[in-house]
Design a protein around this ligand. Structure first.
Ligand SMILES: NC(=O)c1ccc[n+]([C@@H]2O[C@H](COP(=O)([O-])OP(=O)(O)OC[C@H]3O[C@@H](n4cnc5c(N)ncnc54)[C@H](OP(=O)(O)O)[C@@H]3O)[C@@H](O)[C@H]2O)c1
Length: 266
């Protein structure tokens, strides 16, 4: 079977200024692909572009802002069609239930769901143009496996990633007739600036280079679901098969010990 990444293609990646997006962008650039890279901070984007200025285009912008996306879209039109969009930009804000603020839920949904859907809106015409020329086209949506278990304080993040995964799966159904594939990436804990803020144990934490390797390998193999590390995702899947009352007890006990840890450290 031939894969979309077997030969160099043009692709767009969001959230390329740090963590997973930065590492995936470097890996794909090193493999000879042509990249349009997006994030709000310009310096890290320039660092990636400096390694391969002929193949990497910096398109700075906020993925939640339609005007920024309009500007970014201008880079999509090129004699060579865009064949893949890796929509990875995301945020994780935790809720303090003692000081419940709906703005925390809103911030997660705004970046992770609304922002990603705005990116889909911006890129779909280009992917359709690739299909019209008989070329394969793929949307890649970076979700998370965190929402498979009700982790305390993750009400906003988990809800956003659950919604994002549903969005991606429904989009996969709707775009199937057009031959545009949708891949969902569901990582466990990866060491990045996003998780460096976590003050709780992160089981099976992997390095960002390891995560990037697994994502690129999954894309090269044309996988539509990329989930890792397996030991973590299998455990979460096994737990999710338990009765809800058992899951609730486990989740409440974890949330209690997490808040005790926080009290000890504060
Ligand atoms: N690390 C993990 O354990 C883990 C696990 C599961 C899923 N994920 C998901 O993987 C993705 C990448 O996370 P990461 O761990 O690599 O985090 P990170 O190092 O904090 O990177 C997040 C990226 O998203 C960009 N971003 C955030 N808001 C944006 C906005 N409004 N507009 C444009 N870009 C924006 C950031 O760039 P700027 O700040 O420059 O805009 C940055 O490049 C996220 O979707 C995250 O939910 C991570």
């Amino acid at each position: 079977m031939t894969g979309l990444l077997d030969t160099p293609i043009r692709l767009w990646i969001t959230g390329a200024t740090s963590g997973i997006g930065y590492a995936v962008a470097q890996a794909l650039s090193d493999r000879g692909h042509q990249l349009i890279i997006t994030g709000r901070r310009e310096d890290p984007l320039n660092t990636i572009a400096a390694r391969a200025p002929d193949r990497v285009t910096v398109a700075r912008g906020d993925t939640t802002t339609p005007a920024d996306l309009e500007r970014i879209r201008a880079h999509f039109d090129d004699p060579r069609p865009l064949q893949m969009a890796i929509l990875n930009a995301g945020t994780c804000e935790y809720l303090d239930v003692a000081d419940f603020r709906s703005s925390v839920i809103e911030a997660n949904i705004q970046t992770n769901v609304i922002g990603t859907s705005r990116c889909v809106e911006a890129v779909l015409p280009s992917l359709r143009a690739a299909r019209a020329r008989g070329l394969p086209a793929q949307l890649v949506i970076v979700s998370s496996s965190a929402w498979w278990f009700p982790f305390g304080r993750a009400e906003g993040y988990g809800a956003s990633k659950a919604a994002l995964t549903y969005f991606a799966h429904a989009l996969r159904a709707d775009l199937a007739a057009e031959g545009i594939g949708v891949t969902v990436v569901s990582p466990g804990f990866v060491k990045t600036p996003l998780t460096d803020r976590n003050d709780f144990p992160m089981p099976f934490l992997i390095s960002v280079d390891d995560a990037a390797r697994r994502i690129v390998r999954g894309l090269e193999r044309s996988q539509t679901e990329i989930q890792f590390p397996k030991r973590f995702t299998w455990i979460l899947k096994a737990i999710s098969a338990l009765p809800q009352v058992v899951i609730d007890r486990m989740a409440a006990s974890m949330a209690r010990s997490q808040s005790k840890d926080q009290e000890t450290h504060s």
